[in-house]
Design a protein around this ligand. Structure first.
Ligand SMILES: Cc1ncc(COP(=O)(O)OP(=O)(O)O)c(N)n1
Ligand SMILES: Cc1nc(C(=O)O)sc1CCOP(=O)(O)O
Ligand SMILES: [Mg+2]
Length: 210
């Protein structure tokens, strides 16, 4: 793992970034200091997914950020980028074997330290807990409390991602309690312009500066 896993982790959303907004809004998020970008697209259009993820990989490389593909090991392997897997998305150990030691691979752990310990044992580069607050994007995700981050900090020897309803107002408390990264969709990309996305990304990135 070459890049330090700390800072803003932006996640794309096919609805918010429809209509030609994907590349300009992601470029703005990267210019604002996004360290990790996840391509999250639930469609079955493999050709479009390959095109979009390839373009995002180039953008990330230009900004010194890392691209993570959600759910899709084959796409991650094809592009030589990282991968995020949930509990129903396949084996972290198999992904590690396929993508190699240098790949950034993350796992969803909901609000459970036992899942995080298992993810680490299977080779995860980071563990993700959530959702911490009401999420516009995924309102039904299992809930986690910020106190969990302190317990995770003491037990889990991997970078910790906090996700779910993270905003500029809620992020500081999560970082104070031990989150190394905050993963954000709505509070970053539900914006009227790319300039506004860049401003928000800068503000999130600034929270990690001290
Ligand atoms: C950083 C991060 N954390 C959690 C998730 C959620 O993954 P999963 O539970 O597999 O749900 P989907 O995102 O696939 O709907 C994530 N994607 N990224
Ligand atoms: C994709 C996802 N996974 C979650 C989890 O808790 O595992 S919450 C979530 C959505 C995050 O989007 P927003 O920043 O708009 O709340
Ligand atoms: Mg998933």
């Amino acid at each position: 793992m070459n890049k330090p896993l700390r800072g803003l982790y932006a996640i794309t959303d096919s609805q918010l970034l429809a209509g030609g907004r994907l590349l300009p809004y992601v470029a703005a998020a990267l210019a604002g200091g996004t360290r990790l970008l996840q391509y999250r697209d639930k469609s079955a259009d493999a050709a479009r997914r390959l095109d979009e993820a390839g373009a995002l990989a180039e953008l990330c490389a230009r900004h010194g950020a890392a691209l993570i593909v959600n759910d899709d090991l084959e796409l991650a392997a094809r592009l030589g980028v990282g991968l995020h897997l949930g509990q129903e998305d396949g084996s972290l150990a198999a992904a590690r074997a396929r993508l190699g030691e240098a790949a950034i691979i993350g796992g969803t752990c909901h609000a459970r330290l036992d899942l995080a310990e298992r993810a680490v044992a299977e080779g995860a580069s980071y563990v993700a807990f959530g959702r911490f607050f009401n999420s516009n994007t995924k309102p039904g995700a299992p809930a986690a409390t910020p106190e969990l981050l302190e317990q995770a900090r003491a037990r889990i020897a991997r970078p910790i991602v906090a996700i779910g309803g993270v905003t500029l107002e809620t992020a500081p408390g999560l970082i104070r309690r031990g989150a190394d990264m905050v993963a954000v969709i709505h509070a970053l990309f539900a914006a009227d312009s790319a300039a506004e996305v860049e401003r928000r990304a800068r503000a999130f990135a600034q929270l990690f500066a001290t």
